[in-house]
Write a protein that binds this ligand. Structure first.
Ligand code: SAM
Ligand code: SF4
Length: 329
């Protein structure tokens, strides 16, 4: 098991498959992009699958989420999914993607064994998409979502980040759109993880503001009010259900005490928290010939050192050196 000293067990592995991206979302990356990791530093497909296998067979990992950067840019993605589906016990597999290219790949990913998908969609207005993601590609995202649903990757989950002055007036439009298409919407509070360190608390649209905006049009009833479990989203039944909407208040309503996640970066570092300031290298030892047992031991030690919380609300908080796109959101 991957246990820490606060009684939490990590069972959910987030695997970043690349730090590259074809969008430049303002809350994530600067307009000019970043210095991408050099290819030799990236784990190969075989190395990724070996570490996932160690996690599943030896360390109690039960869920795998592929992310990035943009995971659909990883050429070997369908193969990695298929090989992960062959592990026992078979983990649940999902992908978080910006949806570009999904129209072409959704079916192949489903056939490879992918169970679920999260598509990030912050706006339904092309001008706002251009401003927020700095690319004019909204139609491809919408087509990708439809293709995912048609391929049976249901329910398609949608992640939205609201930014003051850009898309903060769209909470209700996004929910209406998702309800109409059978997508499950979750809003995420903007976190201080952008490469350009532009996050300001005052500019963050809080969970409370989002819920207030939605409540002007919809009746929201807390779903499972006493049991948030390890799922970070607080979910609400919309207009009596069965449709739901979620709000992830990572900053104002932290869920660290129930966190069951651990992360593997595209260059083979274990991070025990999104906000960790230290990481543990598995790539070096693996390339130097470490056995599965030795790698599992390093991984266990990395998780054991997990801190109780992310500390965003402490005066001494320091943003991690790696931005979200290189950690794997
Ligand atoms: N490129 C894929 C995508 O956009 O879905 C996967 C990687 S992206 C880093 C994963 C998720 O993190 C997306 O839903 C994105 O909206 C979210 N995200 C990125 N930067 C964020 C930030 N500063 N605060 C909150 N969420 C953020
Ligand atoms: Fe790319 Fe996802 Fe970051 Fe947007 S949030 S720039 S799509 S990695």
């Amino acid at each position: 098991m991957l246990a820490d000293t606060y009684g939490r067990i990590a069972t959910d592995l987030r695997v970043s498959l690349t730090d590259r991206c074809n969008l430049r979302c303002a809350y994530c990356m600067p307009a000019e992009g970043l210095d991408w990791l050099p290819k030799p530093e990236l784990l190969t497909d075989d190395e990724v699958v070996r570490l996932i296998r160690i996690g599943v067979e030896r360390l109690g990992i039960r869920e795998i989420r592929f992310t990035g950067g943009e995971p659909l840019l990883r050429r070997g993605l369908a193969g990695i999914v298929a090989r992960t589906a062959g592990l026992r016990p078979r983990p649940e597999m999902s992908i978080t993607t910006n949806g570009i290219g999904l129209a072409r790949t959704a079916r192949a990913l489903r056939e490879a064994g992918l169970d679920r998908i999260n598509v990030s969609l912050d706006t339904l207005r092309p001008e706002a998409f251009q401003e927020l993601a700095r690319r004019d590609r909204l139609p491809e995202v919408l087509d990708g979502m439809a293709a995912a649903a048609a391929a049976g990757l249901v329910p398609v989950k949608v992640n939205s980040v609201l930014m003051r002055g850009v898309n903060d007036g769209e909470a209700r439009d996004l929910l209406r759109f998702c309800l109409a298409h059978g997508y499950e919407l979750r809003f995420i509070e903007q976190m201080p993880l952008d490469a350009q360190h532009g996050w300001r608390r005052a500019n963050m649209i809080t969970a409370e503001e989002i819920l207030a905006a939605l409540s002007e049009e919809f009746v929201l009833k807390p779903d499972e009010p006493d049991e948030r479990g390890s799922a970070p989203a607080e979910t609400f039944l919309v207009d009596g259900g069965p449709a739901r909407v979620g709000v992830i208040g990572s900053v104002t309503r932290p869920f660290c005490a129930a966190c069951d996640r651990v992360r593997l970066t595209a260059d083979g570092q274990i991070r025990n928290c999104l906000f960790a300031r230290e990481e543990s290298d598995l790539r070096g030892p693996m390339r130097a010939g470490a056995s599965d047992g030795e790698l599992a031991g390093l991984w266990r030690r990395a998780v054991a050192a997990k801190l109780p919380g992310h500390g965003i609300n402490d005066p001494t908080f320091l943003q991690p050196d790696r931005p979200m796109s290189a950690i794997g959101g």
